[in-house]
Design a protein around this ligand. Structure first.
Ligand code: CTP
Length: 212
């Protein structure tokens, strides 16, 4: 009997609430993470998809864990991390949250001109700290300039096995689009341009390399 590979994928944005009607977030659609989850299911992996708020239909066969904030995403990822052989952090996690979330709507006359923010933990970097042998950990780098240089710095700083570098400055691919233009970088210094393709095709290519 072959054991099923357990794959843990994060997708989508996080929301960091200011009050009950306002939050800090980003335009991530979740499409890349969902495409990866769908592809992983089709390869027979046992898939756990930790998803920020998105308007996508979850892939049939994946176990979906819905979260909102970076802190909730971190909790879910930590809970599932140990059992996963392959971890792909495709979510666009908010780096900061308001230092305080008001229970009541802040009236515009009382709304401050500046918000005090506190940093969120770096989820993938914290996960890597507790990795066990045999786990493969893949991150994404969303960049608007110096794509490969910034991506390689992140790969090294976060001690990842792979990073998928994508340029999010263009409407032609990136956050909201069905297409992506990705270069895959490995710990062992490979640089593999995957080209501009649909997110489903990019997902296939990424899995071909990171879990051959
Ligand atoms: N990430 C994370 N936790 C965070 C921020 C990012 O786990 N608080 C992960 C993302 O899911 C991605 C990788 O780290 O896999 C890189 O995220 P990115 O937003 O490109 O970069 P940052 O680390 O946030 O750095 P910067 O904002 O300076 O580009």
């Amino acid at each position: 009997m072959t054991t099923q590979i357990r794959c843990l994928i994060s997708a989508g944005p996080t929301r960091e609430w200011i009050d009950p009607v306002r939050f800090i977030s980003n335009p991530s659609s979740g499409k890349m993470g969902y495409a990866l989850a769908e592809e992983a299911v089709s390869r027979g992996f046992e898939v756990y998809l930790v998803s920020g708020p998105v308007s996508l239909q979850p892939p049939t066969g994946a176990e979906v864990i819905k979260v909102e904030s970076a802190q909730e995403m971190q909790e879910a990822m930590f809970r599932l991390f140990d059992q996963a052989s392959l971890v792909i952090m495709a979510a666009a996690v908010s780096d900061h949250r308001p230092s305080h979330c008001s229970r009541q709507k802040i009236k515009k006359s009382d709304f401050p001109n500046s918000l005090e923010l506190v940093p969120n933990n770096d989820v993938v970097a914290s996960l890597v700290g507790g990795r066990r042998p045999g786990q493969t950990i893949v991150g994404f780098a969303a960049e608007t300039e110096n794509l490969l240089e910034h991506a390689r710095q992140k790969l090294e700083a976060k001690d990842l096995d792979w990073i998928a570098a994508n340029d999010v400055s263009s409407d032609e691919h990136g956050f909201q689009s069905d297409f992506n233009d990705v270069t895959l970088l490995s710990k062992s210094e490979e640089t593999i341009p995957l080209g501009r393709k649909s997110k489903s095709e990019i997902a296939k290519k990424i899995l071909d390399y990171v879990w051959p």
